[in-house]
Design a protein around this ligand. Structure first.
Ligand SMILES: Nc1ncnc2c1ncn2[C@@H]1O[C@H](COP(=O)(O)OP(=O)(O)OP(=O)(O)O)[C@@H](O)[C@H]1O
Length: 323
């Protein structure tokens, strides 16, 4: 079954363009000038049941607008769109009961309530039968190991703990499709990894279709078999994530923290991105990762080392240039 089908969907926003200064404000009272912004441009995408898809692109590429159209928050300006056979913007009850959306920057929890009471409230909102509610709640609470957090006020939870609760709330009613917009934003490495493990498990064990938007290439690489890259509202890549990385990712980012101030050598082909007395950040060709690691470990007093995937911006640039 096709979970998502879009044909040439386009979203044009119209925004008021104010002229500078007081005179501009007064002029604006009589004659308003608007500018048009095409946030999503003739976008086609098909998603099958059970897929785990990554939606990637730089700031302002149009990802959130796309997710908003798919979840019915806004309607497209033109084009055809269906999610599980529904036109999302009609917001039919049967549609709402089959999808969930989690936005890393926006919470749907009730901060004054405890996590337990919040879940119960969502049980009522979604009319989840008692047996199913208990089964799902226990399953997810166990999976995330958050038993001891259930009776504390949501406002006291850390960012990572709150995100776990957001996901449990979103999945309580067994949605067939889950839209995630930056679920690991601001989280540390441990919490991000826990979230990733959880999402992988949900997709595999429950067959939930997941569309994930993230700036973090680690999330995409670890979770999404297929990726869609968006740039200026247009799709510029749609295919295998592994291929995307093999073809277009050329370097990694290595951060080395030293025990004390040192003057380290920098291997050739590496570019210094940041340097302080006890910290060095390098851009290194991805095939040289091991060699570069070897040149530091055992040779310098190292406190910690981190290796990250290349930023999406550089990958997008290469897709564009075709290199
Ligand atoms: N309500 C709006 N009115 C006018 N323009 C908008 C509106 N919402 C978004 N835009 C513009 O549409 C473009 C796409 O925005 P969108 O939020 O979809 O991008 P994004 O890929 O999600 O970015 P980010 O990663 O920064 O969240 C941007 O140029 C943005 O300024």
């Amino acid at each position: 079954m096709k979970m998502i089908q879009t044909k040439n969907i386009t979203k044009k926003y119209k925004r008021y363009k104010k002229q500078e200064g007081v005179i501009g404000s007064v002029k604006g009272l009589f004659h308003r000038e608007y500018e048009e912004k095409i946030a999503v441009d003739a976008f086609n995408m098909d998603v099958d049941e059970g897929e785990f898809i990554g939606l990637i692109g730089q700031n302002g590429a149009g990802k959130t607008t796309l997710v908003k159209m798919l979840t019915g928050i806004i309607a497209p300006t033109s084009g055809e769109l269906q999610v599980m056979g529904f036109y999302p913007n009609k917001l039919e009850k049967a549609f709402k009961q089959q999808y969930a959306v989690v936005m890393g920057q926006k919470s749907q929890l009730f901060f004054e309530l405890t996590a337990e009471d919040t879940l119960r409230l969502f049980k009522e909102i979604y009319c989840i039968p008692e047996g199913e509610y208990r089964k799902n709640k226990n399953f997810f609470v166990e999976m995330f190991q958050v038993q001891e957090l259930m009776n504390v006020q949501v406002r006291t939870l850390s960012l990572g703990e709150r995100m776990k609760m957001e996901l449990i709330v979103a999945l309580l009613h067994n949605p067939k499709i889950l839209f995630l917009d930056e679920p690991t934003i601001g989280l540390d490495a441990v919490a991000s990894k826990q979230i990733r493990t959880f999402l992988k498990d949900v997709n595999e064990s429950r067959g939930t279709t997941i569309l994930l938007t993230s700036h973090y290439m680690e999330d995409i690489k670890a979770l999404c078999k297929r990726s869609i890259v968006v740039n200026h509202g247009r799709k510029i890549y749609d295919g295998d994530t592994k291929m995307l990385f093999e073809q277009y990712q050329k370097s990694k980012r290595m951060t080395i923290y030293f025990e004390h101030s040192v003057e380290p050598d920098v291997p050739e082909n590496c570019r210094i991105l940041e340097k302080t007395n006890d910290k060095l950040v390098l851009e290194i060709p991805k095939q040289n990762t091991e060699k570069v690691l070897e040149s530091y470990i055992g040779h310098y007093p190292i406190r910690d080392i981190g290796i990250e995937e290349e930023e999406i911006g550089s990958v997008v640039e290469r897709i564009y240039k075709g290199v």
